[in-house]
Design a protein. Structure first.
Length: 264
């Protein structure tokens, strides 16, 4: 069985064997900073019938024909992009553009729906919010399965997952539960779900200047060295700046760090 067939089977079995749960990223709309590369976007409303849940997705690519499976195009990699609590899957286009420039087709997932209950803000947040992150993991697995079906020419052995805040917690839970499916993971200031202490997948986390992660979330300097985990502190970027509302300078700094991580 080849890699893609193994992934299709593995992801399908993972989805079939997982239970459904319930879930909300941190921002309000400010204008997007324009950039040089024109992005092609395709909106999809995927339906996970097993969970009776619609999963809106925005696909970003450098060539709109990449979403047409009938066109013989060079293979690209896949990135799954996950918004923060209260956010939208259209609010991270500056990151999506950078990923597209690095050869990715980006599937930006809308995790929160109007019918979802608000996420808890008091109590043991790790325990209370974990079902929300688990639902996010199930969303990612389903989108991955759909992308495998729709675009089999993508390089699925180089999967990248990116998440901001609550979306970063989802990404880290995905890395913990399904490390065999992911090559690299990037967290933009997740605060609750501990980073896996592992060399696979490779992990980068960007840390804000104003928010502190819960104890045990971030690896110690010794653990960073042992496992090759990159922890980068942003002195001039706050937690709620890590989206399209960031200044041009903030966006440039974040993308420069992400590019360096992807190129190594």
């Amino acid at each position: 069985m080849n890699l893609k067939a193994s992934l299709v089977l593995g992801v399908s079995l993972l989805i079939a064997g997982c239970a459904a749960r319930t879930q909300k990223a941190d921002q309000t709309a400010r204008p997007t900073v324009a950039s040089a590369l024109a992005l092609n976007t395709t909106k999809l409303d995927l339906v996970d019938h097993a969970r009776n849940r619609v999963i809106p997705v925005v696909l970003y690519s450098a060539d709109s024909q990449i979403v047409d499976n009938k066109v013989n195009k060079p293979a690209f990699k896949l990135a799954l992009l996950n918004h923060g609590y209260g956010g939208q899957n259209t609010a991270y286009s500056f990151i999506a553009q950078n990923l597209v420039a690095h050869g990715y087709v980006v599937a930006s997932i809308q995790h929160e729906l109007p019918t979802d209950a608000p996420m808890a803000t008091t109590g043991n947040l790790f325990e209370i919010r974990k079902p929300v992150w688990e639902r996010g993991v199930q969303n990612m697995l389903f989108v991955l399965q759909e992308m495998l079906r729709r675009q089999p020419k993508l390089h699925y052995d180089q999967l990248l997952i990116v998440g901001h805040s609550n979306g970063g917690d989802m990404a880290m839970l995905f890395a913990q539960e399904h490390p065999e499916l992911v090559q690299k993971i990037i967290s933009l200031d997740n605060r609750r779900m501990p980073l896996p202490r592992t060399r696979k997948p490779l992990i980068l986390t960007l840390r804000s200047s104003d928010q502190v992660a819960d104890p045990g979330v971030l690896p110690s300097p010794a653990e960073q060295q042992t496992f090759g985990i990159q922890v980068v502190n942003l002195r001039h970027t706050q937690h709620n700046d890590m989206w399209d509302g960031a200044t041009a300078a903030q966006q440039q700094e974040m993308n420069k760090i992400i590019s360096s991580f992807l190129e190594n």
